[in-house]
Every structure is written in C-alpha cells, then in structure tokens.
Design a binder for this molecule. Structure first.
Ligand SMILES: NC(=O)c1ccc[n+]([C@@H]2O[C@H](COP(=O)([O-])OP(=O)(O)OC[C@H]3O[C@@H](n4cnc5c(N)ncnc54)[C@H](O)[C@@H]3O)[C@@H](O)[C@H]2O)c1
Length: 336
C-alpha cells in the first residue's frame, strides 16, 4: 500500500519499515523539522513534502499515518478524513476532551476509517493472553493488574532532548501519553471500570505537568478489581500483566518496561503451568512491535473487517487518563 507519513520523528521510522515489510511504500513524508524530514526521506526514498503538497499526496495514499505530537493533529486529520483516506493515528488521540470531540465530529462527518496506535494490543504475546481470557479458560476477573516500570524520559535528571514531550507548551505527561496503553490493555482483558482512585506523582520540579509516576486501583464493572503501577523513575525495568481469574491465572512478563518475554498460565484443570517464550522486545526491536498493528489495519482495509482499536477506544482511554488526573488532584475516588 502507498502511505504518507505526517510527523517524521522516532516512531515514524517503525511505521515506515512496517509498511515496507508489508510490500508497500512510503510515498511522501512531512515534518516541520527539515533536517529530521530529510533524514527520514533518505531512508525511505520518498518525497520530502511541503505543507502545500500534502493534499496531493494524501489523495494518492491508501492510508496516512499521523504521528505528530498529540496537540498538533486536528488540521492533518481533517485533511486526511475529508479526502476519504483511512487514517492511522498515534496515541494519545488528543490531550483535551474538546480536541477529542472535534476528532469524533470529523470521523462522523466524513465516515472516517481510523485506527489508533495501541500497538501492544496486537503483539502476539498479548493476543495469546487475550485469547485465554476471552475463551473463558481463566474464568471471570478476580484481580487484574498491569505493572510497568523502568528508566523513562527525564530519569535521574538525564538531559531532555529537544522533544515535544518536555516542551512546556506541548508536554502532556506520562498519564495521558503512556498510561493510555495500560487502559487499553486492561479494559481489553476485564471490560470497563465502575470506580477509579489514582495517585500521580511528578519527579521533575521544573515541569510539573510532566508526571512520571502513576498508580490507580479500580473496581471492574462485571466484578473483581484491577490496578496499575507505572513509573519512569525506576533504575530497574520490569513489566508484568496479570489476570487472576475464577478458573485460572496468567502472567505476561518482561524484564523491561515494554518487553513481552514470556507468558505463563495455569487453569484449575491443569497439573502444571505452561510457559510460552516470546522474547518480543520493544527495546531491541521497536520495528517488530509496530509491525502487527499495520498488518491488522491493512487486513481491515482490504477485507472491510472491524478495526480493533478505533477512534472511540482512543477517546475512552483519554477520558480515563483525565479522570485519573482529577482523582489524584482532588484526592477522591471517581465513580465512572
Ligand atoms: N504506539 C507506540 O508504541 C508509540 C511509541 C512511541 C511514540 N508514540 C506516539 O507517537 C507520537 C510521536 O512520538 P515520537 O516518539 O515519534 O516523537 P518524536 O518527537 O520523535 O517525533 C515527533 C515528530 O513530529 C514533528 N512535529 C512536531 N510538530 C509538528 C507539526 N505541527 N507538524 C508536523 N510535524 C510536527 C517533530 O518535528 C518530530 O519529528 C506521540 O503521540 C507518541 O505518544 C507511540
């Protein structure tokens, strides 16, 4: 498929390589930072677009990937959707409910096809965990958790590179940017929540909106409890997603924040636990992590099948992050 890339920073390389691996081509890219754009276009042998050329390239694309900072998207989204071209949009979809509502309006107005980049949802190890849960093999949720820690952006005062993440005008913090993945994964496993109580901590005094630590506990609507512990301030990396159910238990674990090394599970009718090794590493193979979601999106576009993480999922997740910020700020449990 022919794809146009809007935003040519770090993650755009993994998107471009996924498109190429699937037999397609990045036909053009656009970025406000010219040296970065040129570097990107050199790898993909694609046109370095001016803003004025965007409409022409969008119209020639099978889909467009928008991976600019989350506050810099509405204009591009309108260009893509109004041309009736499918959109791959990075998470978080926005940082305010007002922008999220604008996205929803555009999706409806142009009957847009949108996938939101919750890439971890599509990784083989998580797909297997999801299959165990959705088949009923583990029973109903009792205690479901997502613990993910490691040295993240700004760790121990490490200098910030010039990035939207730490630009005071653009920074949205860990809760809105990154915990979006946790909401997406947890609700895939146990459904929606009834209540939430969150505590959020910032370790960087000069940038208070750039929160780096997150905890939350939730009651699950259909019964059971859930929790998230996440940190960008840990010397040690670890990742553990757990589903303790009425009939069995499964742990998806990794030795760093985004690593899916192995899945171990045991149900009430098994004598011994079974472990499947994946060694699926974001740290050493970011491209491999981003590939399966493009594969899914292209399948959906070719066969007209439903998108697993559409815009509504992105908006739901943003609402949860904003509620968590409110819970922490106001010292209260939120009834969802
Ligand atoms: N799904 C995932 O696993 C995953 C992983 C990393 C990043 N992301 C998301 O992807 C997005 C980009 O993150 P990144 O790590 O690539 O950041 P980045 O800073 O490396 O890249 C962002 C790019 O956008 C460009 N840009 C800034 N303002 C622009 C504008 N107005 N118009 C066009 N280009 C503009 C910057 O020059 C930069 O090249 C974020 O929303 C982030 O949360 C998702």
């Amino acid at each position: 498929m022919n794809v146009t890339m809007i935003g040519a920073g770090d993650i755009a390389y993994s998107h471009g390589r996924a498109v190429v691996k699937l037999g397609g081509r990045v036909i053009g890219a656009y970025d406000v930072y010219k040296p970065g754009l040129e570097r990107y276009c050199a790898e993909f042998g694609c046109a370095a677009l001016t803003y004025e050329q965007l409409d022409e390239y969008i119209a020639r694309s099978d889909y467009v990937v928008v991976c600019t900072p989350p506050t810099k998207r509405l204009d591009y989204v309108e260009k893509v959707l109004s041309a009736h071209v499918p959109l791959y949009m990075e998470k978080p979809v926005a940082v305010t409910l007002e922008d999220a509502a604008r996205l929803k309006e555009m999706e409806q107005k142009y009957s847009g096809k949108i996938i939101v980049g919750f890439a971890h949802r599509y990784r083989p190890a998580f797909q297997k965990l999801y299959e165990l849960v959705s088949s009923g093999a583990l029973g109903d949720p009792v205690n479901v958790f997502d613990h993910r820690v490691g040295p993240g952006f700004g760790f121990r005062g490490s200098p910030f590179s010039a990035s939207w993440r730490t630009d005071p005008k653009l920074a949205c913090g860990f809760t809105v940017e990154s915990i979006s993945h946790e909401w997406n994964l947890l609700t895939a496993l146990c459904g929606e929540f009834e209540t939430m109580a969150a505590n959020i901590w910032c370790t960087i005094d000069s940038l208070p909106q750039y929160d780096t630590n997150f905890t939350a506990t939730m009651k699950i609507k259909k019964g059971g409890i859930a929790s998230i512990t996440a940190s960008w301030s840990s010397d040690l990396g670890s990742n553990l997603k757990g589903y303790i159910g009425t009939k069995g238990t499964a742990f998806l674990s990794g030795k760093d924040m985004f690593e899916f090394d192995q899945l171990t599970y045991k149900t009430e009718d098994m004598d011994h636990p079974v472990t499947i090794t994946y060694n699926d590493s974001y740290k050493f193979n970011q491209d491999g992590v981003i590939f399966p979601i493009h594969q899914h999106f292209q399948d959906c576009l070719q066969n007209g099948t439903p998108i697993c993480t559409p815009l509504d999922e992105g908006i739901k997740v943003l609402k949860l992050s904003l509620k968590a910020l409110e819970s922490s700020r106001e010292h209260k449990e939120i009834i969802l």
